[in-house]
Write a protein that binds this ligand. Structure first.
Ligand SMILES: CC(C)(COP(=O)(O)OP(=O)(O)OC[C@H]1O[C@@H](n2cnc3c(N)ncnc32)[C@H](O)[C@@H]1OP(=O)(O)O)[C@@H](O)C(=O)NCCC(=O)NCCS
Length: 378
């Protein structure tokens, strides 16, 4: 039986039972499997956090070692996928490339036709490793640089930077990215994860679910916002404008400022707290303080003017830029992390599946409307 329409955009609607991620938007709390994000950001690693998301508890030392090794051993891409990456037009964006390449991965996966729990875990290991590889390899190919082979001794974060830059990253760069990956790993029923669950619930496959999720992540209201923040900072720079004046004029023109606002958080996004601190630290260490300083000025202005808080995307922009990462890789890097959450949700969905099929409140022409023969139409 259908009930009345929910708030526009399903605001406030609880659409699934899930044991993965809990958010209290009024108190500004985010937790994975009950563990506060602040604890994970300080003490955990991306590998351990992924284990937590997939297994529901923290690993012991041996379990973490085995898990880390399995992720590292999964850094294998069929040469045909690398050929595919070479074949895209110069106009392709890294998000388009990632979406297309992840879709193609299923055809090279040994478990392609197995949708049972264990096969989906195996595919999750591979997807987690392969997404990072695809982003790094594509960036080098489009710049005419040689592909860098993965290094199994490096962490997920460090290996990504190694494959991207062709040089071993500093401990600061590796740990900064590692923490960013922890912070982005999961976020309950955000748009891309919800998309992934809807696709998985048809008993389609995990590659289809993740491909759809990447498509959802790409949009500027979701993961695409981190790129939009940096493009705003570059536009301010190019115009030689004062950041606050520039943003004030955007608001006057009824434009949204990327990196602010959130459907769930009514307080500060707890992830932004860490990204702000990382951005500030990196800017001081590197001497490149402009992006952080401008971000902070904009943040204080938007806080005061619109009562809106920075979200996860706002300070990722200056953080990644200070790490020397190109703007159009920011959203792909979100995927390099969020695959851990998507995989956890797809597996949880399939472990207790039912088709996700809501109803729409019909607001079209009244029924029955006549079928007017062509000759009688105006
Ligand atoms: C995140 C977001 C999509 C949430 O959307 P939502 O829950 O549907 O909220 P709405 O877009 O309806 O916004 C509610 C009000 O706040 C305003 N608002 C929200 N975010 C804003 C922003 N970033 N800049 C300016 N105004 C904003 C809206 O204009 C709206 O005002 P109104 O009621 O006067 O029309 C929205 O805040 C946004 O577009 N932010 C910018 C993109 C972004 O950073 N996305 C990443 C999210 S992690």
């Amino acid at each position: 039986m259908a009930t009345a329409v929910a708030g526009k955009g399903l605001e406030g609607i609880v659409a699934a039972n899930s044991g993965i991620c809990w958010i209290d938007g009024d108190a500004g709390i985010l937790s994975y499997r009950g563990i506060d994000i602040h604890e994970l950001a300080v003490h955990s690693t991306f590998e351990e956090t992924t284990y937590l998301l997939w297994n529901g508890r923290l690993p012991n030392a041996a379990e973490l070692q085995e898990f880390t090794a399995q992720l590292a051993q999964s850094r294998i891409l069929d040469p045909k996928i690398v050929d595919l990456l070479r074949s895209f037009p110069a106009s392709a964006t890294p998000m388009e490339v990632l979406r297309t390449a992840v879709s193609a991965l299923s055809m090279y996966d040994a478990d392609e036709n197995d949708n049972l729990h264990d096969a989906n875990v195996r595919k999750s290991f591979r997807l987690t490793s392969q997404i990072g590889m695809i982003v790094a390899i594509y960036d080098r190919l489009r710049k005419g640089l040689a592909v860098v082979e993965p290094d199994p001794t490096l962490t997920h974060a460090a290996n990504f930077l190694w494959m991207l830059n062709g040089e071993k990253p500093s401990d600061t760069a590796s740990r900064t990215l590692d923490v960013a990956l922890i912070l982005h790993a999961d976020h309950e029923l955000n748009a891309s994860t919800f998309a992934a669950r809807v696709i998985a619930a048809t008993l389609s496959d995990i590659h289809s679910a993740v491909t759809g999720a990447i498509g959802a992540l790409k949009g500027p209201l979701h993961g695409g916002a981190n790129e939009a923040v940096m493009r705003l900072l570059y536009a301010i720079d190019k115009a030689g404008a004062d950041p606050v004046t520039y943003v004030r004029e955007m608001l006057a023109a009824k434009k949204k400022i990327s990196g602010f606002g959130h459907r769930v958080y009514k307080t500060e996004d707890p992830r932004a707290t860490h990204l702000r601190a990382m951005s500030e630290r990196l800017s001081k260490d590197s001497g490149l303080t402009k992006w952080y300083d401008w971000s902070r000025q904009i943040e204080l202005f938007i806080n005061a003017e619109k009562k809106l808080n920075a979200n996860v995307d706002f300070y990722s922009a200056s953080t990644y830029t200070t790490l020397g990462i190109d703007v159009d890789l920011f959203t792909p890097i979100f995927a390099v992390s969020r695959i851990s959450g998507w995989a956890a949700h797809v597996i949880e969905q399939l472990d207790d599946n039912r088709l996700i099929r809501p109803r729409a409140e019909y607001i079209g022409p009244a029924y029955p409307s006549p079928y007017v023969p062509m000759a009688n139409r105006g």
